[in-house]
Design a protein. Structure first.
Length: 297
């Protein structure tokens, strides 16, 4: 996995390099102009950028990337507790944000979700990891957090059947799927609490191994249903877990620095879609997004 990491602080770049150099193909940049030049010469699977950068700040860097047609997913880092900055970059297509200081293991758990994007989707059928019901856009997944990117790639492939779907739609939908499908696997099927997740990340344990071992023991499924019309797209995600009380999830808008583990998924989803509704039990979520073309007309 090829990652471009952009930060003007030498110690943070060095720490990122030492932590991830053996796991990923890492390229470093110290300012926005350098990052832009590198991005024009090489392709990356993920860009991680600080917002406060010299010469060209993080937001300007992202804007220029998008203007040039570069759709590489990116995470943003900011030392500013003002959540408005995060909101602004989400509107530009960011997939997540981190506030300084942050733990490298927490960042690693986010990066890992972008792996395995190029897996042959036919293998998912042959192994029984995805079962599609006839020709309908309904499917059953064998939950594995390590296969999250592969599941999302399959779902996006179904969405491409609509002539109204644009690149902007796909970016927004991918962001929401990364969060809500991961929640269904981590907290629904695996039953990992937010407190357990935080403890695992803080102790530098392999969080993905924990989740997938729980999923294997529970032997339950995640169901996804997609419906599209001339107005927009609706996706329903249901797991066979015990559900959760949505109202008890911390709201990062109110206090973004309080807890960077819980509440993130719902917050990120709301930034990219028109509506999101959970059932009473909390094990089914339905979201709707108007097609981008209609929003621009």
């Amino acid at each position: 996995m090829k990652i471009l990491f952009v930060d003007d602080e030498d110690t943070i770049r060095e720490l990122f390099w030492e932590y991830f150099k053996d796991e990923f193909n890492v390229t470093l940049a110290s300012d926005g102009l350098e990052a832009l030049a590198i991005s024009n010469q090489k392709t990356f699977d993920l860009i991680i950028s600080d917002i406060s950068l010299p010469k060209l700040n993080g937001i300007q860097f992202i804007q220029k990337l998008r203007a040039d047609g570069n759709q590489t997913p990116f995470l943003v880092i900011t030392g500013d507790s003002d959540i408005q900055i995060a909101i602004d970059v989400f509107r530009m297509g960011a997939v997540d944000f981190f506030l300084k200081p942050f733990r490298m293991e927490a960042l690693r758990s986010r990066i890992k979700k972008f792996e395995n994007a190029d897996v042959d989707l036919t293998l998912l059928f042959n192994s029984g990891e995805i079962i599609q019901f006839s020709s309908d856009c309904r499917m059953k997944l064998r939950p594995q957090i390590k296969k999250l990117n592969s599941y999302i790639a399959f779902i996006v492939k179904q969405i491409l059947n609509s002539p109204l779907a644009t690149q902007e739609d796909l970016i927004s939908i991918k962001i929401v799927l990364y969060e809500l499908l991961a929640n269904a696997i981590e907290h629904g099927v695996a039953g990992v609490s937010y407190a357990e997740k935080q403890d695992c990340l803080e102790s530098n344990e392999d969080y993905f191994k924990l989740v997938d071992s729980r999923c294997a023991k529970n032997n339950t499924s995640v169901f996804v249903e997609i419906s599209m019309d001339d107005v927009g797209i609706t996706i329903v995600i249901r797991d066979e877990g015990n559900g959760f009380a949505v109202s008890q999830i911390p709201n990062p808008v109110i206090n973004p620095a309080a807890n960077l583990v819980s509440g993130r998924g719902i917050f990120l989803a709301k930034m990219n879609i028109d509506s999101i509704v959970y059932n009473e039990k909390g094990n089914e979520v339905r979201f709707f997004k108007t097609w981008y073309k209609l929003m621009q007309s």
